[in-house]
Write a protein that binds this ligand. Structure first.
Ligand code: ZN
Length: 414
């Protein structure tokens, strides 16, 4: 089969246009459900319609655009990602996957190729979970993985997700109808920027994702006793911040010197009363561990509980560790990985296997279909930052790999 190629100028033109929606000097602000997110979704829907796709919005607000296949009732090959961003985020995270998929469809149109399987382009609602802290909302809804907390979520402005969902064409009361059955899709492909430095450092243009990391998240409360910083003797204190600082170190140790999981982070802290002349009375921490092996995450959790008790005994503070969320890891399909490698080869592009340290919609979709992910380099490994950058050539390489992988799947799957 001849090597099919996308139109790089057209792809990068759409990336630039979407990148202007919600752009500020401090970075992208296309937060899920915000006016900019709604505008971004509309921009994408317009492109889909111009490409001749049949577009619908499901009850979870996901955009589903479909191109008919040649042979009757085959399952669809889906491609997709998200258009929401984190606050002060970048132009490429999510956008490359959605616009790359649309470019693939436009290229199929140009080449007059009608695939045997239907092709779908999916845009998932609220991938980042900035609002409501319920990330991968749309893809989990499609995969039937929603939890009661998703349905009841209310944001810091007191507005329910149900209400914001209605504004983008969804319906929380009927959100379970967004779930799809195994067998409706025969594969899900996601093109994404790496969001790490491996490809950029190695100079290899294509990453073939071997699996997507699991994540365990904790809400930690450290309760001491607030008291006068001048009159409370050192041996009579229950200093919550001192205990919390030891716990922060312990989270780092669990992932480094103890080697129990791949990474561990405390990224959030609140201190009360937060006054320079008061012994801290209470501290809240947000902590997480990530690893592809869920068993290792559970071991790390056990260790965190153990260390918390030791620190509590040593400092007199009470420490409560509550597991908020366990995001399962996902493996990508071996045969689809092989096809990504072959597609890159066909295009004359080097590729390498790479695990994903970040979460993606693909990991939810893995519950209902085989998945594969294609990574392209992030310059200097930067992401979730206004400085996030992937070169126009790299974006085109990624879309070309997506196109040729899709054609290979279409040929080989029954
Ligand atoms: Zn993303």
């Amino acid at each position: 089969m001849a090597v099919a190629r996308v139109d790089p100028q057209r792809l990068n033109g759409t990336l630039e246009s979407l990148g202007n929606i919600g752009s500020t000097p401090e970075g992208m602000q296309r937060i899920a459900f915000s006016p900019a997110d709604v505008d971004g979704r509309q921009f994408v829907i317009d492109l889909m319609q111009q490409a001749g796709l049949a577009v619908r919005v499901d009850t979870a607000g996901n955009v589903i655009a479909r191109r008919a296949g040649r042979d009757g009732e085959r399952p669809a090959i889906a491609m997709g990602s998200h258009v929401d961003t984190v606050p002060s985020g970048g132009r490429y995270d999510g956008a490359v996957g959605v616009l790359g998929a649309i470019e693939v469809v436009r290229s199929l149109n140009d080449l007059d190729v009608v695939t045997r399987h239907p092709v779908e382009v999916l845009v998932f609602t609220n991938e980042e979970g900035t609002r409501y802290h319920r990330w991968l909302f749309g893809s989990r809804a499609m995969a039937g993985l929603l939890e009661p907390a998703d349905l009841e979520a209310v944001d810091s402005e007191g507005v329910s997700m149900a209400e914001r969902l209605k504004a983008i064409g969804g319906d929380m009361v009927r959100v379970s109808e967004a779930g799809r059955q195994k067998g409706e899709l025969c594969a899900y492909l996601e093109l994404h920027i790496e969001q790490g430095p491996v490809l950029h450092r190695s100079g290899i243009p294509v990453g073939v994702v071997t699996g997507i990391t699991g994540r365990i998240v904790f809400d930690v409360r450290v309760i001491g006793a607030a008291n006068h910083a001048g009159t409370t003797p050192m041996d009579a204190r229950k200093d919550a911040l001192l205990a919390a600082s030891r716990l922060i170190q312990a989270v780092n140790d669990i992932a480094t010197s103890e080697g129990m999981c791949r990474v561990g982070t405390v990224g959030m802290m609140t201190v009360a009363p937060n006054a320079v002349n008061v012994v801290p009375g209470e501290v809240g921490l947000g902590a997480e561990f990530r690893d592809i092996d869920v068993k290792r995450l559970e071991d790390a959790e056990r260790r965190l509980n153990e260390v918390s008790q030791q620190i509590a005994a040593a400092t007199g503070a009470e420490i409560l560790v509550k597991r908020e969320e366990l995001g399962q890891s996902a493996t990508t399909s071996g045969s689809l990985q092989d096809m990504v490698v072959a597609a890159a080869q066909r295009l004359g592009l080097d590729s390498r296997p790479i695990p994903s340290g970040a979460g993606h919609d693909a990991q939810a979709m893995a519950a209902i279909t085989d998945i594969a992910m294609v990574f392209v380099p992030s310059v200097d490994g930067l992401s979730h930052s206004p400085r996030e950058y992937t070169t126009p050539e790299a974006c085109a390489d990624g879309a070309n790999v997506l196109l040729n992988t899709l054609l290979m799947i279409d040929e080989s799957l029954d």
